[in-house]
Design a protein. Sequence first.
Length: 270
Amino acid sequence: MANNRESIGNTLKVAFFLCLVCAVVVSTLAVGLRPAQHDNRMQFRQQNILQAAGLYEPGMDVRAAFESIERRFIDIRTGEYVEKPDDYDQQRAARDPAQSIPVTPDPAGIRRQAKVAEVFLAIGTDGAVERIILPVHGYGLWSTMYGFIALEADANTVAGIGFYEHGETPGLGGEIDNPRWQRNWIGKQVFDENGDVALEITKGSVPPDAPNRQHRVDGLAGATITANGLNHTVEFWFGERGFGPYLQRIRGQYNQGMDDGFALARSIEE
Ligand SMILES: Cc1cc2nc3c(=O)[nH]c(=O)nc-3n(C[C@H](O)[C@H](O)[C@H](O)COP(=O)(O)O)c2cc1C
């Protein structure tokens, strides 16, 4: 009897049913938890947008705070607002040849970019745009770094930055997540007086009397390659092939003395 229970056939049967049960449990969990994972990812991204805009406080209700953020879409070539469904996914669009264009030359390692980009507008209690939060990505040493750069309503002054995905080395390139280093960016000017992208991370600290220090961010010790990747990322996304045309429109209107950021951001689509 004992011999019969321990036969090869029985052992294989038990192993097979055990595998079957495990496979069913694992795949049920994988499928069942997918919406929760998606929700968590979305919430982390929303938190990152609030953080970049300087609107995040630990423990806050991210979903509720995000109600003051308006998601808009722009035609990347013209900088004009366009309509897209709520479930538009810019990263997926960038992989679709019908919805994207190749990036050449490509120092930031972007490969393809979506023709329509999302932007986020932080709206104050008076209805005016307080921050313009732009999604950016580019290649560092090991990985593509995904994050946000927030600008003040003048579409030039940096209000904050943050990253929600990258694979740079903790303690080296990973220091891009260090809030102390990120604070360096606040108040820096992206564009110079000619409207050219001038913002850059330098090597080492920026001396207090350095020329153009309003455009220069302290370097990251032992992470020059990551910093170079970020410089290429900034150059691309704030340049002509990125958000340049959109920001130029906003700056033009801002400089004409329209101080209502919301009105000017809205008027672009009219
Ligand atoms: C294990 C390991 C991980 C590294 N990770 C990074 C990194 O994430 N980002 C980076 O720029 N450099 C990284 N480096 C260092 C680069 O190879 C290179 O030395 C550095 O970017 C030069 O920066 P520095 O001129 O500021 O010293 C790493 C080096 C090693 C050995």
